[in-house]
Design a protein around this ligand. Structure first.
Ligand code: FES
Length: 107
């Protein structure tokens, strides 16, 4: 059963930014999309770029995260690839926010 693990405070991740966080041994990219938080695996399924070191690509959407290595773009809400070269989705994780604390569900 999934367990929610504290990964950040809301104030740590301003709107329209992404950061790397850790939930136990799992490394994640945590994204703030206009006050709603999303978490995806930090490792790009193309060649392992760190998505948490990428940027939101507003040319696509406010929820579009661009890999810093070869510019694949992912929908952080679903993990779907919006722009290659990546072909595989990136895993998404359930997020909860309560009293300024962001938690992510880990298996
Ligand atoms: S490693 Fe992410 S696009 Fe290549």
């Amino acid at each position: 059963m999934a367990e929610f693990v504290e990964v950040a405070r809301v104030d740590d991740v301003p709107p329209s930014t992404v950061t790397v966080v850790h939930a136990g041994a799992v490394e994640l990219a945590l994204v703030n999309v206009d006050g709603t938080f999303y978490a995806v695996g930090n490792e790009c399924p193309h060649r392992g770029g760190f998505l948490g070191e990428g940027e939101i690509n507003f040319d696509w959407h406010q929820w579009a995260l661009e890999c810093p290595l070869h510019a694949s773009v992912f929908d952080v809400r679903t993990g779907e690839v919006l722009n290659p070269p990546a072909r595989e989705v990136v895993r998404t994780y359930e997020v909860s926010v309560d009293q300024g604390i962001v938690r992510v569900a880990i298996d």
